[in-house]
Design a protein around this ligand. Structure first.
Ligand code: CDP
Ligand code: CDP
Length: 211
């Protein structure tokens, strides 16, 4: 049987990995999983329980109790959810509880995006992309997203500072830190729009798979 086509996409906040992952999945005809949603939903559950997302026992309990409906909650985006997600994500028990689901999802072929897909979740994925972009560019993208979503928007400096802090926490934690896998192709989207990033990714995939 052919090796299932799994694509592992990792990168820092607002690098464009989610948009790319979604579009690649359509092109390749496989399902897409935004793994950040898992951590966001766990963070929300901890907040609902009135606990601290940095509390390892509370965070692990929430990850074990996670149900699919949690992933369609309307309150998984925004600064509070961002910070709670990054806190629960540093808890090893949380990461362990979410591992099986992610691997089962990928079994028949899939595109997964997150922080540790190429390094931990799918270390044998035939295609790995590490999507990145400069901090200012990424903060500007997130700012624009919040503005177009409407409602109260923090100022640009606050968004940039919170993003830089979350990236730093993701890169320096002990459990599955954000870093490119040895065999990942680096895709810098600083000067690319979503169409340009997709075209680059498709070229990398053709080259990797020799087609
Ligand atoms: O959309 P954005 O890149 O800002 O965030 P996300 O992908 O939804 O991830 C939110 C947080 O979850 C990240 O800052 C990480 O701390 C954590 N995360 C993780 O640790 N591992 C993953 N595979 C995905 C997300
Ligand atoms: O998933 P991640 O947090 O890495 O980023 P995203 O949600 O895919 O993208 C953040 C924003 O950047 C979205 O509003 C995209 O439309 C925009 N963008 C992009 O996704 N890709 C580019 N190459 C340039 C901009």
């Amino acid at each position: 049987a052919e090796r299932p086509l799994t694509v592992a996409i990792d990168g820092p906040a607002a690098s464009g990995k989610g948009t790319l992952a979604k579009r690649l999945a359509v092109v390749l005809g496989v399902p897409h999983l935004d793994t950040g949603l898992l951590y966001r939903a766990v963070g929300r559950r901890v907040l609902d329980a009135g606990a601290d997302p940095a509390d390892a026992a509370a965070a692990t309990d929430a990850a074990v109790a996670l149900v699919p409906e949690d992933l369609s909650r309307a309150d998984l985006r925004g600064p509070v959810a961002d910070a709670a997600a990054a806190k629960v994500a540093s808890v090893p028990g949380v990461r362990a509880a979410l591992l099986d689901f992610q691997r089962r999802f990928a079994q028949g072929g899939a595109v997964l995006d997150g922080r540790d897909i190429g390094t931990v979740v799918l270390p044998d994925a035939p295609v790995k992309l590490f999507v990145t972009a400069g901090l200012d560019v990424r903060a500007q993208r997130r700012y624009q997203e919040l503005v177009s979503r409407g409602g109260a928007v923090p100022d640009f400096e606050t968004i940039r500072a919170e993003m830089a802090a979350r990236d730093e926490a993701d890169r320096t934690r002990t459990a599955a830190p954000l870093r490119p896998a040895e065999d990942a192709a680096i895709l810098d989207t600083s000067d690319l729009d979503a169409d340009g990033a997709l075209a680059r990714a498709e070229a990398i995939i053709r080259w990797k798979l020799g087609v």
